[in-house]
Design a protein around this ligand. Structure first.
Ligand SMILES: [Zn+2]
Length: 513
């Protein structure tokens, strides 16, 4: 396989490894070390240790931040006056030794007593993504100098729907334990409840996403397609076994590292499966291009199969490097789907609402043209098209499940490659790779949203969430983090808001009569 720019299957990148290895690093630094680290990082990272200030004061500080120029000036002074002087002037003698020990590990290249990576430390905090419900920044964790992703969930308590949604997302992020799903590494300590407006979650930092890779000019070999598809399905199998539907599977929500490790992210629209078929589920889900036909046809009840349709669309997009069904409106979206699959028969329309079914039957009959899938690319061989056709099935009852898709021969190589050099579940023993018994694990228990029961006001959600986050913070057994209003990037961080709704390809289902 030819080497390419950032994608390099098997050649595990240093930073990817860091993120993995540091998930479980314990921190037993004493308070002097912490205050030293805090001081040294005060202006370098948006997130910081909890120091002597009260939560209230910190929140108040957020509203009166130093100007960027002033903070930069302070930074320059710190550098030009020499670290030792600054430290001596600022801190008392009792902690000097500890501080100098920490300082050395930050500023000497020859450090061995600390894992701080100076190169990573030097990177400024910056925004890397905007979504409907959150903003993601790449920041430095001051406790170990590692680059992590900081997800800011603003305007959480605007209304009950948004408060409950965020509570559910935070719960899910803390619940997941799977290589192919983004999960919370930490939650920032909230301020006093009176100032509690935003929630910050720290997750692994990934380098890119499938959308960026597909639209780039980097070559995508069939090995790449297989390894990506395998991981999407592996993550989804775990998610679905937890009883969760993602409801917004699209290339931009599939994060990728330079070693091709893939993680599904953004659980803002995810929800627990609804067993009761008589209960209506919202149709305002899934970005239109990846939206399953049953959603487009106004079904009131749907399941994990909607995610599988999205996977089919992404699989075709990886092969053809263009969006498979790129329509302007939901009706046109449906037209493009039937252009490829042909007019569905009566049985396959059983999930559609009456108006949508009538619309479909009024239209001229179309025969399928799935042979066109072979022309997506030279990589679209029999096996690829066979699997693709199982994913792109109009009737959700007949669409392939995650478990069955993973067993498809097309994915054998992807599975082998993943477990030969990328996974953390298989080990090397006596120089030989020993594969684990369960290559695609399911969740040991199902996720339920009983915690949302009895929460009928914004204030109730706020109090419960505040309590749970504080409990979570103390359970991590490491120094809690908070937002550092003195950091260089704080000003733009504080003012960054979620993407404008008009900029997002958000779901806008057709109103069938
Ligand atoms: Zn493995």
């Amino acid at each position: 396989m030819p080497p390419i720019n950032i994608l390099n299957i098997g050649a595990t990148s240093l930073s990817a490894n860091h993120n993995y290895l540091n998930q479980s690093i314990g921190h037993n630094a004493n308070s002097a070390i912490n205050s030293a680290a805090n001081f040294l990082h005060q202006n370098s990272s948006i997130i910081n240790h909890q120091n002597g200030q009260s939560n209230d004061l910190q929140t108040a500080n957020c509203h009166q931040t130093n100007s960027l120029a002033h903070v930069q000036n302070l930074n320059n002074q710190l550098i030009s006056s020499g670290l030792a002087n600054s430290v001596n002037n600022t801190c008392n003698n009792a902690v000097n030794n500890a501080i100098m020990k920490t300082a050395n590990s930050y500023f000497n290249n020859s450090t061995t007593n600390n894992n701080i990576n100076n190169q990573e430390m030097a990177q400024p905090d910056r925004a890397i993504g905007y979504g409907a419900f959150g903003i993601v920044w790449a920041v430095t964790d001051p406790r170990d100098g590692k680059r992590v992703a900081l997800k800011k969930m603003p305007n959480v308590f605007q209304n009950l729907v948004s408060a409950r949604r965020v509570y559910r997302e935070v719960k899910m992020l803390c619940y997941f334990r799977h290589e192919n799903l983004i999960s919370a590494l930490d939650v920032l300590q909230p301020p006093h409840i009176d100032f509690f407006q935003e929630i910050y979650v720290i997750t692994e930092l990934m380098q890119s996403d499938l959308h960026k890779i597909i639209v780039s000019n980097q070559p995508l070999t069939s090995d790449h397609v297989k390894i990506f598809l395998y991981q999407i399905l592996r993550g989804l199998k775990y998610l679905h076994s937890s009883n969760i539907i993602h409801r917004d599977i699209k290339p931009g929500n599939l994060l990728v590292n330079s070693n091709c490790l893939l993680k599904i992210c953004d659980f803002g629209l995810a929800r627990v499966m609804e067993e009761d078929e008589s209960r209506n589920m919202t149709q305002e889900v899934v970005t239109q291009y990846y939206r399953a036909p049953e959603l487009l046809m106004g079904t009131r009840h749907y399941g994990a199969q909607i995610d599988m349709w999205s996977v089919g669309c992404i699989f075709a997009e990886l092969l053809g490097r263009r969006i498979l069904f790129q329509a302007q409106t939901p009706i046109q979206q449906l037209d493009l789907i039937t252009d490829l699959l042909g007019t569905p028969d009566q049985e396959d329309l059983k999930h559609a609402c009456t108006a949508a079914r009538n619309h479909m039957l009024r239209k001229p009959f179309k025969t399928n043209s799935i042979a066109a899938l072979y022309s997506l690319s030279g990589q679209a061989n029999h096996e690829a098209v066979h699997l693709l056709c199982q994913l792109l099935i109009f009737n959700p009852d007949k669409r392939i499940s995650c478990v069955d898709a993973l067993a498809h021969p097309y994915l054998e190589e992807g599975c082998l490659r993943y477990h030969s050099c990328m996974c953390t579940c298989c080990v090397v023993e006596n120089g030989k790779r020993k594969y684990c018994d369960d290559l695609e694990p399911v969740s040991s228990r199902t996720f339920n949203d009983n915690f949302l029961r009895d929460l009928y006001s914004v204030q109730q959600v706020k109090e419960r969430l505040h309590k749970r986050i504080l409990e979570k913070c103390s359970s991590y057994n490491r120094v809690p983090l908070c937002i550092n209003p003195n950091s260089v990037a704080f000003k733009s961080f504080a003012s960054s808001t979620v993407a404008n709704l008009s900029e997002l390809p958000l779901a806008s289902p057709h109103q069938w009569e």
